[in-house]
Design a protein around this ligand. Structure first.
Ligand SMILES: [Zn+2]
Ligand SMILES: [Zn+2]
Length: 253
């Protein structure tokens, strides 16, 4: 199994997961043309995708989904709540995601799990290929026992480090937006991500990627420092899924 990011942050998110001949794209917050360009950078075209998975209806996760699904006739997996909220629900094939039922897509087994976030029925995913587990967590306001259980003992993790609490407090956002971002239905701070990480079994962890960093309220070095402290590793071991550059393929072996 391997994974890569087309880009991550408030201006667009998309993550690739591949196992054998199965290639899925989780979320697509980029235009169709931009997605084609970013996929090409990682060696693929949208026509190579087996399926699209959607975590929730916010624009930075769904902007490119309808056109991509129609143009390339891709099946889309999402919760019924997310489907109801999509501005353009005209999708060729939709499979409902049930929050406590695993999904099989080719060589991948996908486990959806619920997260607290200000969307209709948001979820995140753990991917398994029979040998390894890759867990994703972004767009989550706070950790829950259920999230900890789902992400335990993964071989690779992509973990939201949205903001530094002090930069958010001192920054230019309105009081309401600060409250939303930092609140229990907003986004994980560096400190929250570190705390979550310190409560997981990380003995199998081969890759740790900080994702969904805020341009204004975070710095890569702060996210890396928080996760490195939690994991007791060197900060530069922790990768960043960047807004523009994304993240090159990471193989889980
Ligand atoms: Zn987001
Ligand atoms: Zn969101």
């Amino acid at each position: 199994m391997r994974f890569a990011s087309l880009g991550s942050g408030s201006r667009g998110n998309a993550t690739l997961v591949e196992a054998g001949a199965t290639l899925v794209l989780v979320d697509c917050g980029f235009s169709c043309r931009e997605t084609e360009r970013r996929l090409a950078r990682l060696g693929y075209s949208p026509a190579d995708l087996s399926a699209l998975l959607v975590t929730h209806e916010h624009g930075d996760h769904v902007r490119g989904i309808p056109l991509l699904a129609r143009k390339y006739e891709l099946p889309v997996w999402m919760t019924r709540g997310t489907l109801r909220m999509l501005p353009d629900g005209d999708l060729p094939v939709v499979h409902p995601v049930e929050l406590h039922s695993d999904i099989s897509i080719g060589s991948l087994r996908v486990r959806p799990f619920a997260v607290p976030h200000d969307a209709r029925e948001p979820c995140q995913f753990v991917f398994e290929d029979g040998a390894h587990r890759f867990g994703m967590l972004t767009d989550t306001g706070r950790m829950t026992p259920h999230i900890l259980e789902c992400l335990d003992a993964c071989d690779a993790l992509l973990l939201e480090c949205n903001h530094d609490v002090e930069l958010l407090a001192a920054g230019s956002y309105s009081a309401a937006l600060k409250q939303r971002v930092g609140g229990p239905l907003g986004h994980l701070s560096n400190a929250q991500a570190g705390s979550l990480l310190s409560q997981l079994d990380t003995s199998r962890l081969q890759h740790l990627v900080a994702a969904h960093l805020s341009d204004k309220n975070n710095r890569p070095a702060l996210a890396q420092a928080a996760l490195a402290t939690a994991l007791d590793c060197e900060p530069d071991w922790i990768a960043i899924a960047d807004q523009e550059e994304g993240l090159d393929w990471r193989a889980i072996a």
